[in-house]
Design a protein around this ligand. Structure first.
Ligand code: MCA
Ligand code: AMP
Length: 464
């Protein structure tokens, strides 16, 4: 395959189709429309894209990648504080495609009907393709800088692991502002020269309505498919069902196997590292295990003392990774970048894992209770706490993720209020400032938060 990130798309085939929420373009037409976008981006460095699950987003992002212009994919439901933060931190030149109402930035139109024959120039592989915002345990989301080298290596690892070819049709309904939906789910088919159907919203019915060879979903969607036998049966003819972004519960793996005849292939990754570990299509599939390192990636587990932990399938340690799929740092955050690496340049994932003698990985959990995974979204407890504290009625608060059969974890906020306020008001306050999936599902009003002698909130006690 050519070294260009979008090698498969550049072949401009007319029999390979990209469908997003009901609109279809052939690869040739997508290339033509994206070429017109690329022409209109001359002189730009970095653009923001309101990453709705639409063809406009796919054409806009593809055009920017052809032109070598950086993209900041912005969640379309971003609240005001979150949006302000991303625009200040990333300082894009313009909005590409639709922009939020009160924008002061110039906007550049995306015309899906345009057809330009654009000759992409050579772009340095270390050039940044995406600034992707993701939450940490505290503070505001950080912009993860993903280079073309990382994206190419990350996708090639999966192309190898899954025997992914131009004959595959990927089906999914994932958001286009995170690695799963955007990199794997949109760029993957364009790199490999295959077809894509983005169903708009990830419901069992929508997945069942499309014939594909590979279905990508987060565990929440698999769990909903497992509860919908009438739709699950439609996935029998697939080649590969893939789960990632959070742990797939063993009962869901088993139920999907009963209903579809397929064992779901789980893979593991992060915004900062892309997908580093994957179950191979021709490899062992074990419920609760996420596979082996993808081509070019190395992993290790270390104990609290930093010493290597045995790869015996039982010993638990902190997972560290290195290889060509890694990010180029956090935007404007050299200290946070430095802290995320060990002295010998391994990336600290913050996940706790077990590796067996054959190199298979099982993710045991996260080191910090302050990073919550809900419906596959990574959510920082600290960001929600600061937002709640910005509400005049809130004196103190603590946010935790509690186990949830549908969402993996659901966000619960414990609040000490100094004036009367309803749970609904606090929830919508978070939705207005941040984004919809960061809203607590439950607000519990308490007289005081449990604290240790140092005054630190004891979140483990809250969880009980
Ligand atoms: C949700 N609702 C609420 C609240 N939360 N209402 C009141 N208070 C709340 N706190 C509403 C929603 O607005 C919605 O209303 C309804 O409840 C159902 O919401 P929900 O349960 O969230 O389900 P959903 O809207 O059906 O979405 C589920 C989903 C979605 C499709 C699984 O969460 C999703 O697409 N998740 C994927 C996240 C992802 O791509 N992560 C990848 C990160 P209404 O129905 O009226 O709208 S990348 C990554 O992790 C790495 C690299 C990796 O490994 O992949
Ligand atoms: P994000 O930055 O949104 O990409 O989230 C990355 C985090 O998702 C990882 O650090 C893990 O905690 C979690 N994650 C991703 N895939 C899996 C998986 N297959 N099993 C368990 N956790 C996962």
């Amino acid at each position: 395959m050519s070294s260009h990130l979008l090698a498969g798309l550049l072949d401009a085939r007319t029999d390979r189709l990209v469908t997003v929420a009901g609109t279809t373009l052939s690869h040739a037409d997508l290339l033509g429309a994206a070429g017109a976008v690329a022409e209109s981006l001359v002189g730009r460095q970095r653009v923001a894209v309101s990453a709705t699950p639409t063809m406009t987003t796919v054409v806009g992002v593809t055009g920017a990648l052809l032109a070598g212009v950086e993209v900041v994919p912005v969640p379309p439901d971003s609240g005001s504080a979150e949006l302000r933060h991303m625009l200040t931190d990333a300082a894009p030149d313009a909005w590409l495609g639709g922009a939020p109402d009160e924008t002061t930035l110039p906007t550049i139109d995306v015309d899906e009907a345009a057809r330009a024959s654009y000759e992409p120039g050579v772009v340095d592989s270390e050039r940044i393709a995406f600034v992707l915002y993701t939450s940490g345990t505290t503070g505001l989301p950080k912009g993860v800088l993903l280079s073309r080298r990382a994206l190419t290596a990350g996708l090639d690892g999966l192309i190898d692991a899954w025997g992914w070819t131009g004959d595959d049709t990927v089906v999914h309904g994932l958001p286009l502002f995170h690695v799963h939906g955007l990199v794997l789910g949109a760029l993957g088919p364009l790199r490999v020269g295959g077809s894509l159907v983005h169903v708009g919203k990830g419901t069992p019915e929508a997945y069942a309505g499309v014939a594909g060879t590979m279905y990508f979903a987060v565990p929440t969607i698999w769990s909903r498919i497992a509860e919908a036998p009438e739709h699950a049966a439609a996935l029998r003819d697939a080649r590969l069902l893939v789960s990632g972004s959070a742990a797939l519960p063993v009962p869901v793996f088993e139920r999907v196997r009963e209903l579809t005849g397929h064992e779901v292939a789980e893979r593991y990754g992060m915004s900062e590292t892309l997908i580093t570990v994957a179950t191979r299509a021709d490899g062992v599939r074990r419920a609760g295990w996420v596979g082996v390192p993808v081509d070019g990636v190395e992993t290790r587990v270390v104990g609290d003392d930093g010493a290597a932990v045995a790869h015996d399938g039982e010993s638990v340690g902190r997972l560290e990774v290195r290889g060509p799929t890694l990010f180029s740092g956090y935007l404007n955050r050299p200290e946070a970048t430095a802290e995320s690496f060990t002295d010998d340049r391994w990336f600290r994932t913050g996940d706790v894992a077990v590796i067996d003698a054959a190199g298979n990985h099982r993710i045991v959990g996260r080191e910090s209770v302050d990073l919550i995974k809900s419906a596959g979204y990574r959510i920082g407890a600290g960001e929600i706490e600061s937002t709640l504290l910005g509400h005049p009625a809130v004196a103190e608060c603590a946010v935790i993720g509690v186990p949830d059969p549908d969402l993996g974890q659901r966000i619960v906020a414990f609040v000490v209020a100094h004036s009367p306020v309803s749970a609904a008001e606090l929830t919508s306050h978070v939705g207005e400032e941040l984004s919809a999936h960061k809203r607590p599902r439950e607000v519990v009003f308490v007289d005081a938060l449990p604290r240790n002698e140092m005054g630190k909130v004891q979140k483990k006690r809250l969880a009980q």
